[in-house]
Ligand binder design. Structure first.
Ligand SMILES: [Zn+2]
Length: 147
């Protein structure tokens, strides 16, 4: 996937994240777009009102089998653990066979951090920092409250 396409899909993920900004309780509003190797969007998600389900979970459900080998564009680092005991998004992405993960920004919240490490340990290439300036603005309040 070209750098230009990467920027376009991350732009879409940020657009999704903004849809539920302020509506997701203690959780940040995250956007996720899954794109197959041919460049087609196969799944999209935004954090649900009140904070769940998480964006990646919705996008993966949306994509089903088409998530295999897709690139996941996520506005914030996928979670490492869930307080509810459900599967974390990093595990869900690994189990779905995602081929690559592109994120705008790392999660500075101690409970959220560690998702990148889990993905990389599973052999999935992770790129962080695409459109980070936009994500900085979007998550400024979240990091100030929880960081
Ligand atoms: Zn999550």
């Amino acid at each position: 996937m070209s750098r230009r396409a990467d920027r376009r899909f991350m732009g879409r993920a940020l657009e999704l994240a903004r849809l539920n900004y302020g509506l997701t309780g203690d959780n940040p509003s995250v956007g996720c777009v899954l794109v197959d190797p041919l460049g087609r969007i196969v799944g999209e998600g935004v954090t649900g009102e009140g904070g769940r389900p998480h964006a990646e979970q919705i996008a993966l459900d949306d994509a089903g089998d088409r998530a295999a080998l897709a690139t996941a564009y996520v506005t914030l680092e996928p979670c490492r653990e869930r307080s509810t005991g459900e599967d974390a998004c990093s595990k869900r992405l690994i189990d779905a066979g995602i081929g690559r993960v592109v994120c705008a920004i790392a999660d500075k919240h101690p409970k959220g951090a560690g998702g990148f490490a889990a993905l990389r340990a599973a052999g999935i290439p992770v790129f962080v920092g695409l459109k980070q300036d936009d994500a900085d603005v979007l998550y400024e309040d979240f990091f100030n409250l929880h960081g």
